[in-house]
Design a protein around this ligand. Structure first.
Ligand SMILES: NC(=O)C1=CN([C@@H]2O[C@H](COP(=O)(O)OP(=O)(O)OC[C@H]3O[C@@H](n4cnc5c(N)ncnc54)[C@H](O)[C@@H]3O)[C@@H](O)[C@H]2O)C=CC1
Length: 273
């Protein structure tokens, strides 16, 4: 497969690039600010003409869009649209990465057919991107995912370390439930779906709904930190906008995947939290 990974320097993008190269695919990765390796290509997806030019030059069979910047409509919504437009022009398949932030959390769980009902600007931008992508590339695969956890490299893991070691103050919510996914499982699923001729929305998250506080305890135990040093709080009392609990139901997508989407208890640790 000739693959273009947009956002190839990020947590997910890096892993997609690594696994794709290991599988023998021809991969071009783009970065935004911090160069990646010697063969990365600089790209700002807010620049429609630049996206079109790069895609025309690389002529990918598949584009994975894993670019992301929180609270930036131009990257999330407009950028997603620019990548989709270029994919349509080049007749490339598209895997667009979306988020559980498109949901309010009002439902008990969310399957692939659920319509977005975002309650934050970020969620609204991600939902708008999905609409634009579907309009431009009707056979795109839209991967909705949840908290991405790596081997120590994710924002969540860094936050837990900072809290546990007193480098910053804060708390982890006990009522903020997500389905954390291991970056390796997610990247493997993205590559499977890139080769999958069946278009549409795919939920790709961990099998284990868990609170951010429970997740923090697992990470602390795994990394030899003091779990008691992680303050707990209620998001419901925090005044912060956003969903309390979003459980992505991945069973339909999982049934068609080789990779097993593990839950946080399994991939972070065997603790019972
Ligand atoms: N990290 C998480 O917990 C979650 C992530 N997601 C989604 O997963 C995808 C990947 O997220 P991560 O790998 O965590 O993000 P990340 O922040 O680790 O990487 C995103 C990459 O996009 C690049 N980027 C930022 N602005 C850009 C622009 N204007 N043009 C081109 N590239 C730009 C950044 O330089 C970075 O390398 C995103 O679509 C995100 O919305 C969804 C749910 C949770």
């Amino acid at each position: 497969m000739r693959l273009l990974v947009v956002g190839g320097g990020g947590l997910l993008g890096r892993e997609v690039v690594r696994l794709a190269r290991r599988a023998g695919h021809s991969v071009t990765a783009t970065y935004h600010q911090r160069p990646i390796g010697t063969d990365g290509r600089r790209l700002d997806i807010r620049d429609r003409a630049a996206v079109a030019a790069l895609v025309a030059a690389v002529r990918p069979e598949v584009i994975v869009n894993a670019a992301y910047r929180q609270a930036d409509w131009a990257t999330t919504a407009d950028g997603g649209m620019h990548v989709a437009a270029a994919a349509a022009e080049a007749r490339a398949r598209l895997v667009h990465v979306s988020s559980d932030a498109i949901f309010s959390g009002a439902a008990d769980s969310y399957d692939e057919g659920t319509a977005p009902d975002p309650v934050t600007p970020y969620g609204a931008a991600k939902a708008a991107a999905e609409v634009a992508v579907r309009g431009l590339v009707p056979d795109a695969v839209i991967v909705r995912t949840s908290l991405i956890i790596g081997a120590g490299t994710s924002e969540t893991e860094r936050y837990v370390h900072d809290l546990a070691t007193g480098r910053r103050s804060g708390a982890l919510f006990t009522d903020d439930i997500r389905c954390p996914v291991h970056v390796g499982d997610l990247a493997a699923a993205v590559l499977e779906l890139a080769a999958d001729p069946h278009p549409g929305v795919r939920n790709v998250a961990g099998s284990d709904p868990i609170s951010r506080h429970q997740l923090g305890l697992l990470i602390a135990r795994r990394d030899g930190l003091d779990p008691a040093a992680l303050p707990a709080a209620l998001r419901a009392h925090s005044g912060l906008p956003g969903a309390l609990a979003v459980r992505l139901n991945c069973s339909a997508t999982q049934a068609g995947l080789v990779v097993r989407l593990r839950g946080a208890h399994e991939f972070v640790g065997a603790g019972t939290a």
